[in-house]
Design a binder for this molecule. Structure first.
Ligand SMILES: Cc1cc2nc3c(=O)[nH]c(=O)nc-3n(C[C@H](O)[C@H](O)[C@H](O)COP(=O)(O)OP(=O)(O)OC[C@H]3O[C@@H](n4cnc5c(N)ncnc54)[C@H](O)[C@@H]3O)c2cc1C
Length: 397
């Protein structure tokens, strides 16, 4: 295949992962086509947490500044008892020698998708809506993708960023292992100022009462209250005022807060990993490769790490013709998924008094607190991402 052909690539899925990867490729002079089955990008409320590792990456592609407008900077995480007692507090500034942006940002996933779409299109990228990947074939020099409307697209490689039900993954018959997490999560979007009820509250806080817990997240226009719904409770019951009051009254002044809850929803989560990140010239990223519990907010962050790792490898491939750059990136992202991302999100699920005690012990020393925060910020999960894109340490792949 000629050098010119190596400059042509396909991304399936205009989600945050696909668009971020596509923008990086476009800026490196690669002719990238994004195929998206919907008629527009998905603005559904999903991820809200962006960790320091990811903020450093987003800074390198110049979007961090734009994210500040609707983003909320979070400088510390608190674990609190409902009566206001601070059980422990960990400050993200402990990461200041390891990253350029030692904080966490709360920001709607849909805002990032919109930002990336606008940049990609403004900078001349080819984004096709209503283009559902239906099948693909591969040969030694590239991939031919066919969309449901019968169009064909040819690229040297194809990145399957088409989400949990990835058609790219199906087409190359990559299987996966998965298990559902029991129960669901309920999210309340409260217009209330939560600091009125819990003075000194940080923008991310976990409230604990015995084995009971809920999370509070400050967004730029509301607070999100997230609480686990045990298995066996139907969605309609979990959404009712009566259930919400009974579930949360030992943690929060929920009866006062409820009239200020503008919206609520429930979702369930699955733990899943694809058995490989690539077959031939098809590479999987984001939800096509991994799904996790949302506690700790890691899955999209990992997907964005995938995007940056593949972008660096794809640029090296486009210049050298050496496909092993991409194969190595795929191998590393599968390894990160299996050995780091999934075990870490499993650890975060632990609730109750044991976890509170463990975190109180960790927060007692700056060294252990810093190590804990580095892991929560996923600094060790950046395998394949070039050094220059993140801060000056904390990475060991
Ligand atoms: C309630 C909730 C809260 C979450 N909170 C967090 C959080 O705080 N932090 C975090 O890191 N993660 C979080 N996540 C996970 C995060 O939302 C996902 O990991 C993220 O959406 C993955 O992005 P993606 O681009 O890989 O996939 P998607 O966002 O699913 O995008 C895939 C795109 O591909 C398109 N597509 C699908 N099939 C085809 C096809 N055949 N052809 C062409 N296009 C196709 C879809 O239409 C879609 O636009 C949360 C998830 C949920 C549900």
């Amino acid at each position: 295949m000629s050098q010119t052909d190596n400059q042509q690539m396909i991304v399936t899925g205009a989600g945050p992962v696909g668009l971020t990867l596509a923008l990086m490729l476009l800026r490196a002079g690669i002719a990238v086509t994004v195929l998206e089955k919907r008629d527009t990008v998905n603005l559904q409320s999903k991820a809200s947490t962006f960790h320091a590792s990811t903020l450093d990456l987003l800074e390198t592609c110049g979007v961090l500044e734009s994210m500040q407008t609707k983003g909320t900077r979070i400088d510390c995480v608190q674990y609190r008892a409902p009566d206001g007692e601070l059980l422990s507090q960990l400050d993200f500034s402990l990461l200041k020698d390891r990253v350029r942006n030692p904080y966490r940002m709360h920001y709607e996933q849909g805002e990032l998708t919109t930002l990336m779409r606008d940049l990609f299109v403004q900078e001349g990228g080819r984004l096709e809506f209503g283009a559902e990947l239906a099948s693909l074939t591969q040969d030694e020099s590239g991939v031919t993708a066919r969309t449901a409307d019968g169009q064909e697209h040819r690229g040297a490689v194809l990145f399957g960023c088409d989400g949990a039900q990835s058609a790219a993954r199906e087409a190359v018959r990559i299987g996966y292992v998965e298990k559902p997490y029991p129960g669901m999560a309920l999210r309340l979007y409260a217009d209330a100022d939560m600091r009125q009820y819990l003075p000194g509250l940080s923008g991310i806080a976990y409230l604990h009462a015995g084995e009971d817990t809920c999370s509070l997240l400050e967004m730029h226009d509301c607070w999100r209250i997230v609480v686990r719904v045990p298995a066996g409770i139907p969605e309609s019951e979990a959404m009712s005022d009566a259930w919400i009051v009974s579930r949360l009254s030992n943690l929060l002044a929920i009866e006062q807060i409820l009239p200020e809850v503008a919206a609520r929803d429930v979702y369930s989560a699955r733990r899943r990993r694809a058995l490989a990140a690539s077959v031939g010239r098809v590479y999987l990223a984001g939800d096509a490769l991994h799904l996790t519990n949302t506690k700790g907010g890691m899955n999209l962050n990992a997907g964005l790490h995938d995007a940056f790792a593949y972008a660096a490898a794809a640029i090296a491939f486009s210049r050298s013709g050496d496909i092993t750059h991409l194969d190595r990136a795929a191998w590393e992202r599968e390894r990160v998924t299996r050995l780091q991302l999934l075990p870490r999100t499993d650890e975060n699920i632990g609730t109750g008094s044991e976890r509170v005690k463990r975190i109180a012990a960790i927060s007692a020393s700056p060294e252990t607190a810093s190590e804990f925060l580095a892991k929560q910020a996923m600094l060790d999960m950046l395998a394949g991402v070039p050094e220059a894109m993140v801060g000056n340490g904390g990475r060991n792949g």
